[in-house]
Ligand binder design. Structure first.
Ligand SMILES: *[C@@H]1O[C@H](CO)[C@@H](O)[C@H](O)[C@H]1NC(C)=O
Length: 237
């Protein structure tokens, strides 16, 4: 039994609307990744399903793999000296660790960020590793890079963050830098630029920097190469 003409029209209309959303949301995602969007607070309502599918399907994993491969290709071109000063910086959230389980339970960025519930999740120390980043991390260690972890998490979260990193396979780092009391009100881009300047002041050569936010990468004392991991769920300035 065929659908009635009005039902067929409705289904066609839904299909066209879904295709238009998909097209729009992919363009929105590009604008976010390129930082054309600038500051934004929540995933646009028509894109909630798109972001969920992106994050939980193969595309996020594939995009992350390609970033890791490009990072490794550059890393292999770096002349590592034996003075222990060749550094690579990694952000933590959505870079080394994935908070997808938390964001899956809160609408994949479609709701306003809730720092209370996010910190409850962080305190569980059960964020999985981002697989592509873990492989890159291991390769960079073998190449001889000094691993510097630079995160907007706070000193009060040091122990839980170390536990989570160790549990997921990040076995060694030279330094884990978190926000201290004086850093609490600072924009991420300022906090991270200041810390990079201190690292360079200590003679470290910052070859690469991996992060899911432009505020991990931009500012002053930038790395020679910056590698932007995908994140269409939230923006940090
Ligand atoms: C934020 O999370 C906390 C802890 O889960 C919850 O009690 C609170 O209602 C949430 N706030 C909003 C605005 O959803």
């Amino acid at each position: 039994m065929g659908a009635s003409p009005s039902l067929r029209f409705l289904l066609l209309w839904i299909a066209i609307a879904a295709a238009a959303d998909e097209l729009y949301c992919d363009s929105w995602r590009l604008s976010v990744e390129t930082n054309n969007a600038g500051s934004w607070r929540t995933v646009p309502p028509p894109c909630r399903g798109f972001v969920e599918e992106y994050m939980s399907g193969e595309r996020y994993a594939s995009d992350s793999n390609v970033v890791a491969l490009e990072s490794l290709a550059f890393a292999k071109s770096v002349q590592i000296t034996d003075d222990g000063k060749d550094a690579w910086i990694f952000d933590v959230d959505e870079t080394l660790l994935s908070n997808i389980p938390y964001y899956a339970s809160t609408g994949y960025g479609s709701k306003l960020f809730n720092v209370t519930s996010f910190n409850e999740w962080v305190n569980l120390a059960s964020a999985p590793a981002l697989p592509a980043s873990l492989r890159l991390y291991e390769d960079l260690l073998i190449l001889g890079f000094q691993m510097i972890l630079l995160t907007g998490r706070t000193e009060s979260q040091r122990k839980i963050t170390e536990d989570n990193l160790l549990l997921t396979g990040y076995g060694y780092w030279k330094r884990l830098i978190l926000r201290e009391a004086l850093d609490l009100g600072k924009p991420a881009v300022k906090f991270k630029s200041e810390r990079r300047a201190e690292l360079e002041g200590e003679g470290l050569r910052i070859h690469g920097n991996s992060g899911d936010q432009w505020s991990d990468l931009l500012g002053s004392t930038m790395a020679r190469r910056s590698f932007k991991l995908p994140n269409p769920m939230y923006y940090i300035g």
